[in-house]
Design a protein around this ligand. Sequence first.
Ligand code: SAM
Length: 246
Amino acid sequence: THFGYRTVPLAEKQALVDDVFHKVARRYDIMNDLMSGGLHRAWKDALVSKLRPPPGTRPFHLLDLAGGTGDVAFRVVKAGGAGTRAIVADINADMLAVGRERAEKRGLSEQVTFSEANAEALPFPDMSFDAVTIAFGIRNVPRIPVALKEMRRVLKPGGRAFVLEFSKVDVPLLDKIYDTFSFRVIPEIGKRVAGDAEPYQYLVESIRRFPHAEAFAQMMREAGFSRVDFTRMTGGVVALHWGFRI
Ligand code: SAM
């Protein structure tokens, strides 16, 4: 099947994305584990080690954008001290509802709060966060440069933004295996577990269209970030980018 997402206008693209996550919200966490073979956990842990929230009572405020069910925020407050707080912001109320339940179960409702927000128009004042993270979210945002500028705007000077996202596999043979896996296996898992292959077809397409790591680093610089750098993981399946607001 082919779904012509490439030609979808921006407003419709967001509607399509919202529909995907509305459909999968309740099964999102289990699907994540199944489709990445649990690897998303290691990728998120790597992000948290780079971010290194401070120990002790020093206040540290994180905005976890497109934070969905709270995975990154939970990890950051666990790694940080008593002063570490996180806001999970996401455009999708269904994903946030799952996140809130998870926070309660973990006893983290004090440290982690949830906010319905569009990454392209953040409802937060300038310079309010020590760090902003977005994991597997930026490729879903219709206007990425707008979201990057918003991320920079809400950062305090000296604060850092981290973008964890699927990238381009740069290892021969692994790229072939990855192609087969993503085009055949992922939609098939989607069909069996969530009862629908289409949302996952979209997922694979959106990964394919996302820029190379160097090109994305350049987009971050153009949004005003300084000292932009990145690291590839798992042969380039995923890249972690970061940049400072000076
Ligand atoms: N960060 C979480 C994680 O790593 O498990 C969730 C990632 S999930 C693949 C992508 C998330 O992006 C969804 O929860 C979706 O609702 C959110 N999203 C899509 N477009 C958005 C936008 N314009 N603004 C904020 N969040 C958005």
